[in-house]
Write a protein that binds this ligand. Structure first.
Ligand code: MN
Length: 389
């Protein structure tokens, strides 16, 4: 059987922005939200163009993720053609009704939620730096909600020639409500309030209107879009396909080093029981020192010298071998390579703020990957800054 859906949707410029770069599509069997970015008219062009491409889908047989990849190409090509649109991009969160199930595809930081039995469940993962920090356990979800850099995207449509698209099936049954929304809603209204508003308004359009109104009341600092889908008829007996989001894996663990440096404790206890006792003690101490020295040598050779980390050297980011420690003035590290990245530029990013203490890598290759990621993050931030707010 086919799902019966009721839809409500609203987009609004908010209270601060001049134009609305958000857009949505309500064109059964396709529903989508896009949040554009880019200077001049770029943001509006990107979100509209992406949705236009998506709207070519007219039936549930389409390969939604592939259509999203095509839309990415379309936005990317347009940005390459027109210097005024350079650097534009957009988020895209879309669902396609395929018989009795809903398939979704997603890039960026717009979101899809499912409300069921008084619970709100987030289906999509934000492609933001902050979300990666949450996955790494370095930020709590609550901290992420108010993080100043929460809108720095690591993935968007139209920015590169190819884009990795998350996709999955969301299992639904009668009475479920799906919400697709831009970050102009989630940045202003917390999830408890979103759920309360969804619960208070039975009608899908009334719920969308109320969500947008709440974001405006909270400040309306960004464009706001809310698209509500009410599932009215679904075959409850049909075995639901498991939700299979292909979410991004965390590319690189940034666990901080806890240098396990053996501490040499020199115990110079004075012997009072005659020369022989004193000599025996001296022999024991010498033996202990030899053993400790040998152990230290082994640790240095077979462990310390195999360690890699990223640190600072004369104001720039550098690749280090060893561990960032110097017990008894004995340095356990050496600079292998310096880069052209300025340390002060890199430490602006929360995930690199420990640079001066050293960012541990798993291997030389991993260390080089982290440096490459730093460069990409810097370029991305510069690009976003160049585009203005
Ligand atoms: Mn936005």
């Amino acid at each position: 059987m086919t799902l019966r859906l009721r839809v409500g949707a609203r987009t609004d410029v908010g209270r601060v922005r001049q134009g609305n770069e958000d857009a949505f599509t309500v064109q059964h069997p396709l529903f989508a939200v896009a949040d554009g970015m880019g200077g001049h008219q770029g943001g509006e062009v990107a979100s509209k163009l992406a949705l236009e491409r998506l709207e070519r889908v007219t039936d549930g047989q389409a390969d939604l993720a592939q259509v999203v990849r095509d839309a990415n190409r379309a936005v990317f090509s347009k940005a390459a053609e027109d210097p005024g649109l350079r650097g534009m991009g957009t988020t895209l969160t879309a669902v396609l009704v395929q018989g009795d199930r809903l398939h979704w595809a997603h890039v960026g930081d717009s979101r899809m939620y499912r409300a069921r039995d008084g619970q709100l469940e987030r289906i999509t993962t934000d492609h933001t730096v902050v979300e990666q920090l949450v996955e790494q356990g370095r930020l709590t979800p609550k901290e992420a909600e108010i993080h100043p850099q929460r809108s720095i995207l690591v993935r968007a449509l139209g920015v590169e020639e190819d884009v990795e698209v998350d996709e999955g099936d969301v299992e639904v049954r009668s009475g479920d409500r799906l919400l697709l929304c831009s970050d102009g809603l989630t940045g202003m209204v917390d999830e408890d309030d979103i759920l309360r508003i969804l619960t208070d308004h039975q009608d899908a359009q009334a719920a969308s209107d109320a969500l947008v109104a709440a974001a405006n009341e909270a400040g309306g600092q960004d464009n706001i879009t809310a698209l509500v889908l009410d599932v009215e008829g679904a075959d409850a007996a049909a075995p639901a396909r498991p939700v299979a989001p292909q979410t991004e894996t965390v590319e690189r663990p940034l666990a901080m080093s806890e240098p396990a440096v053996p501490v040499v404790q020199r115990s110079l206890s004075a012997g009072r029981g005659g020369d022989r006792r004193w000599l025996r003690r001296l022999a024991w101490v010498l033996l202990a020192l030899v053993l400790i020295g040998g152990a230290l040598f082994a640790v240095k050779r077979y462990w310390v010298d195999q360690q890699w980390y990223i640190g600072e050297s004369n104001g720039v980011v550098a690749l280090y071998r060893g561990i960032p420690a110097a017990p008894l003035g004995f340095e356990l590290f050496e600079v292998v390579e310096t880069t052209t990245l300025r340390a002060q530029d890199v430490t602006r990013f929360p995930e690199y703020r420990d640079l001066d203490e050293g960012i541990t890598a798993q291997s030389e290759q991993d260390a080089r990957d982290i440096v490459a990621q730093m460069l990409r993050d810097l370029n991305e931030a510069r690009r976003q800054e160049a585009q203005g707010p």
